[in-house]
Design a protein around this ligand. Structure first.
Ligand code: DUC
Ligand code: ZN
Ligand code: ZN
Length: 470
C-alpha cells in the first residue's frame, strides 16, 4: 500500500490558499496532495469538510503552581485531551521557574508531569521569574540551544514581576541567544495601588478585579515593554492584548519598523467586564488578566486581527475549577478579588469561537483563520514547516471541520479538568469533527480515539523573526 491514509474529497485550506485536494499520509507525514492518489489502508471521507492544519495553541497553562492551596484544573492529560477536542494538535504550555529554582529544575518537573500523558504534541515556553546571573548567563543560553526557544516575562504579580532592569537584562539574553520573548504587560505598582484602595473602600467582589486593572495599566506596560525592547533591539510578543490602547501601542511600534508582535484571545472577543458582575461569586468564573473589557475593546481586538496587528490568536487556557476550595471558590477569595485564582479555560473553545465569530460572520477569511490558529504560531515559535501547514513533508496534523455544524457550547463538550466553561450557552457555527496528530486520529465525532502518551515533546528551532535580525 502506497499510503497509510488518504483524506478524500475535502477542501484544504492553508494560510495562503484554499483548494480541493485529497491528502495522502505515510509514516505520520503528509506524503502527497492531489487527486486520484491511489490506495491507502484507511480512507477518510472529507466530503463537505474543511481540511485544516491542526490548531496550535501557543499559550496554555497546565499544572502550573498557582499559589498556596490552589490547584490548576488541568494537568497534561486533561489539558491536551481538551485541546484535541477543540481541533488542536500542538500546544505550548509554560514552564514556570519558581523563585530560587533553576530553569532546569523547573523543566524537570514539567517534563515528568507531561511524560506519557499527552494526547497532542507539546513544547514548552520558559517563564523566567528569577533572572540571576547563572540563569541568564548560563542556563538560558544552553536551554535555547537545546530547543527551548521562547520565554515569558511578567511585569506584574508578586513573585513573578521583573523590574525594568531585569527586563532589560533578560531581553538582552533573548537577543543574544535568538529566543522569542513574550511579555505579560500590566503595571504591577498601579495594580497594587488600585487593589489596596478598592479593598479599603470595601469593594472586594470579583467584579472589582476588572476595576483594579483598567486599560491604562495595560497600555502603560505595553508601551514600556516596547520601549525597553527597542533599546535592546529585540523582537517581542505582547501576549493577551485586551483593548484598543494596547493594540495601538503595538501598531505604532510596527509602523515605526519595530519587530513587536501581538496576541489576543477569545475572552477579549466575546466576554466583557459585565461577565464578572454576577451574584455571589459567579463572577469569579471570568477572573483573568488582563480582564475582559467592553464591546468597543472587542471591536478593537477584531481590528487587530483584521489588520494583522496581531499575529496569533491563543486561548491563554489557565483553568481552575469553580466549585472547589482549591479553585475559584477558595475561602480567601470571598474576602477579596485579589485572592481569586487568575485565569480561565479556553483551549477547546478557542477555535470554534474564532471560526464562528470570525469566518462565519465574515470578519476574517478562512486563510487568516488558519494563520491565526496554527501557521503563525508555528512560524513565530520555531515549529514551521514541520507544524502549522498542510504541505508535503509536514507532520500530518490535521483537523477536519464541519463548517455548517451548529453547536451550543456546553462544558460537557470541552473535556477538560475544570467544571465550567466561560462560554457556556454560546451558539457557534462550525466545529472540528476529527483531529489527527501525525497521521493518527485522536478525536472523532466527539469521541476520544487515542490513548494518552501518544503526544510527544517537540524541541524547537530558533524563531526566524529573532535570528533574522542579525
Ligand atoms: N497571565 C497569563 O498569561 N495567564 C493567566 C494569568 C496571567 O496573568
Ligand atoms: Zn500573562
Ligand atoms: Zn497565560
Amino acid at each position: 500500500m502506497l499510503f497509510d491514509t488518504i483524506i478524500r474529497g475535502g477542501t484544504v485550506a492553508t494560510a495562503a490558499d484554499t483548494f480541493k485536494a485529497d491528502v495522502a499520509i505515510r509514516d505520520g507525514k503528509i506524503a502527497a496532495l492531489g487527486h486520484d492518489l491511489g490506495e491507502a489502508g484507511t480512507i477518510i471521507d472529507a466530503t463537505d469538510r474543511l481540511v485544516l492544519p491542526g490548531g496550535i495553541d501557543s499559550h496554555v497553562h497546565f499544572a502550573q503552581p498557582s499559589g498556596e492551596g490552589i490547584v490548576m484544573a488541568d494537568g497534561f492529560a486533561t489539558g491536551t485531551r481538551s485541546a484535541a477536542f477543540g481541533g488542536n494538535t500542538t500546544v505550548l504550555p509554560f514552564c514556570l521557574q519558581e523563585k530560587g529554582q533553576t530553569l532546569r529544575e523547573a523543566l524537570k518537573r514539567y517534563h515528568a508531569l507531561a511524560e506519557g500523558e499527552c494526547h497532542v504534541d507539546v513544547a514548552f515556553h520558559l517563564i523566567v521569574t528569577d533572572p540571576t546571573e547563572h540563569v541568564l548567563g548560563q542556563e538560558l543560553p544552553a536551554l535555547v540551544e537545546d530547543g527551548y526557544t521562547s520565554l515569558k516575562v511578567f511585569m506584574t504579580y508578586e513573585g513573578l514581576a521583573l523590574s525594568d532592569r531585569e527586563l532589560l537584562e533578560t531581553m538582552a539574553v533573548a537577543r543574544e541567544t535568538g529566543a522569542m520573548l513574550m511579555v505579560h504587560a500590566e503595571n504591577f505598582d498601579a495594580i497594587r495601588f488600585l487593589t489596596d484602595r478598592l479593598e479599603r473602600a470595601g469593594n472586594t467582589a470579583p467584579r472589582f478585579h476588572a476595576t483594579s486593572r483598567p486599560i491604562p495599566v495595560e497600555r502603560e506596560a505595553t508601551h514600556r515593554a516596547i520601549s525597553l525592547s527597542e533599546l535592546i533591539d529585540v523582537p517581542i510578543m505582547i501576549v493577551h492584548v485586551s483593548n484598543r490602547e494596547a493594540m495601538d501601542e503595538i501598531r505604532r511600534a510596527q509602523q515605526r519598523g519595530l519587530r513587536v508582535m501581538g496576541e489576543t484571545c477569545p475572552q477579549y472577543l466575546v466576554l466583557t467586564e459585565k461577565d464578572l458582575d454576577q451574584l455571589n461569586m459567579e463572577g469569579a468564573k471570568y477572573v483573568c488578566s488582563p480582564p475582559p473589557r467592553d464591546v468597543a475593546s472587542q471591536t478593537a481586538c477584531w481590528e487587530g486581527l483584521q489588520q494583522k496587528v496581531f499575529s496569533v490568536f491563543s486561548s491563554d487556557h489557565c483553568p481552575f475549577r469553580y466549585d472547589d476550595p482549591q479553585g475559584k471558590l477558595v475561602a480567601r477569595g470571598r474576602t477579596s478579588f485579589r485572592w481569586v485564582p487568575n485565569g480561565i479555560p479556553g483551549v477547546a473553545a478557542r477555535l470554534p469561537i474564532l471560526f464562528s465569530e470570525g469566518v462565519v460572520k465574515g470578519r476574517i477569511d478562512l486563510n487568516s483563520f488558519v494563520a491565526f490558529s496554527a501557521t503563525n504560531h508555528a512560524k513565530i515559535y520555531g515549529l514551521y514547516p514541520r507544524k502549522g501547514t498542510i504541505a508535503v513533508g509536514s507532520d500530518a496534523d490535521i483537523a477536519l471541520w464541519d463548517p455548517k455544524r451548529r453547536v451550543t457550547i456546553r462544558h460537557e463538550l470541552i473535556h477538560d479538568g475544570s467544571d465550567y466553561t466561560p462560554y457556556e450557552g454560546m451558539e457557534v457555527t462550525g466545529w472540528p469533527v476529527l483531529t489527527m496528530v501525525r497521521g493518527r486520529v485522536v478525536v472523532e465525532d466527539g469521541v476520544l480515539k487515542g490513548a494518552k502518551g501518544y503526544g510527544t515533546y517537540l524541541p524547537r528551532a530558533k524563531p526566524p523573526a529573532v535570528s533574522a535580525a542579525y
